[in-house]
Ligand binder design. Structure first.
Ligand code: ADP
Length: 375
């Protein structure tokens, strides 16, 4: 083999590899010689739109005829920006083509000017086409799904609001008449009747609590203003509100240099108050409660940790406790409605954050939550 044959064989080999890589990645490619007004398009490029090689002449008109006409300016715009930046800004666009069978093909087109004249005008452009139809269809489906979910969530919230709001009045009536009857006839009939009446009024009171909790839940975030939130100040206020429970249980609460942020102050207060009062409520019977609150700022998020030395939570329940009306104990053991942590979750989500717990039963729990620092 002489030198020329060797070079020719090497060239053929490189072309072979190059074509196979492109075919293997299902990418079509083009080579547009602008001055000569010819544009080579590879067979894969053409087959992406259902055409045989000979059915699409190697000329720019061929693809410009089948691209969605409203997407054509996108290609030219991206190309112009690439040219004006002398090749620095990448030339790429996501555009739609009409397939021969009438369907739509989404294409990711990426190119590059490889020859310029002395005035920096493009002479030759090469690039590739990748079929991204499936990706786009999946994206579209996910988007529609997310929109539907959001709508359903809104409907549910409105339902919860209307139901809890409208239920309040009849429950209040039942509760007050039950107590009235109870006080009028207590001791006048038999013990059994007294007991039954007590059940009615206790249940009505509990229902009142649940319904007003649900109403508060559906109101979270409604028309709330964004303002500067100073957690240490909020904790001081909470400590005053909880002072009876704190002194009765000998609770110590530590917090230091907490990060301020912009968010919903009233809601944040409710969030911390729920976590602190739970830490007191679910205290361990053999030790006095100790609560430590800390925070850490990273980029535009602030992470808070509320740690206690209480009864802890078993691993299997650590997600379930954030669902509304979910409780792990009977109301005889610990008072409550099972709404507190659902409130916390909704408030954290209002701040585009997340809430979770790490815990060791009998040792204590660490509630983590993140809050986005709004601009
Ligand atoms: P409630 O306190 O009204 O029961 P929550 O929604 O606040 O409702 O809490 C749900 C459940 O999670 C509680 O019933 C309790 O079992 C568990 N829990 C919450 N906070 C703690 C904590 N700090 N330590 C141990 N268990 C907890």
């Amino acid at each position: 083999m002489n030198e020329i044959e060797k070079l020719q064989s090497e060239l053929d080999n490189q072309r072979f590899i190059y074509t196979n890589i492109l075919d293997g990645t299902m990418a079509g490619y083009f080579d547009w010689k602008i001055a000569e007004d010819i544009e080579y398009m590879s067979p894969t490029f053409k087959s992406m739109f259902g055409y045989e090689d000979h059915e699409m002449p190697n000329h720019p008109d061929s693809w410009q005829k089948i691209i969605f006409q409203e997407d054509l300016p996108l290609v030219f715009k991206a190309f112009d920006e690439h040219v004006v930046s002398k090749g620095v800004k990448p030339f790429s666009a996501e555009v739609r083509y009409h397939h021969k069978n009438g369907s739509t093909v989404w294409v990711f087109c990426k190119g590059k000017v490889i020859e310029w004249n002395e005035d920096y005008q493009p002479l030759r452009v090469i690039g590739s086409h990748v079929d991204i139809t499936q990706l786009k269809v999946a994206q579209e489906a996910t988007k529609t799904h997310a929109e539907e979910l959001e709508l359903k969530n809104k409907e549910l919230e409105i339902f919860a609001y209307v139901a809890s709001h409208d239920l309040q009045e009849p429950i209040r009536t039942i509760s007050s008449f039950a107590s009235l009857i109870e006080s009028n006839i207590k001791g006048k009939l038999n013990d059994e009747t007294d007991k039954h009446l007590k059940f009615i009024s206790d249940s009505a009171d509990r229902m009142k609590l649940l319904v007003s909790g649900l109403l508060d839940y559906s109101r979270i975030g409604k028309n709330a203003p964004i303002e500067e939130v100073i957690p240490s100040q909020i904790i001081e206020e909470i400590l005053i509100d909880l002072s009876v429970a704190i002194s009765e249980t000998d609770t110590t609460i530590k917090y230091n240099n907490l990060d301020n942020f912009n968010g919903y102050a009233t809601e944040f207060r409710l969030l911390l108050q729920n976590l602190i009062s739970n830490a007191i409520k679910f205290r361990h019977k053999n030790r006095t409660p100790e609560i430590t609150i800390s925070s850490k700022k990273t980029n535009d998020m602030v992470k808070f940790i509320v740690e206690d030395n209480g009864i802890g939570i078993e691993e299997v329940y650590k997600d379930r406790i954030f669902t509304i009306f979910q409780r792990l104990h009977s109301k005889k053991e610990y008072e409550g409605t099972g709404i507190g942590l659902a409130h916390c979750k909704k408030i954290v989500e209002l701040h585009q954050g997340q809430i979770w717990v790490e815990s060791t039963p009998n040792r204590g729990s660490k509630f983590f939550f993140t809050i986005k620092n709004s601009k």
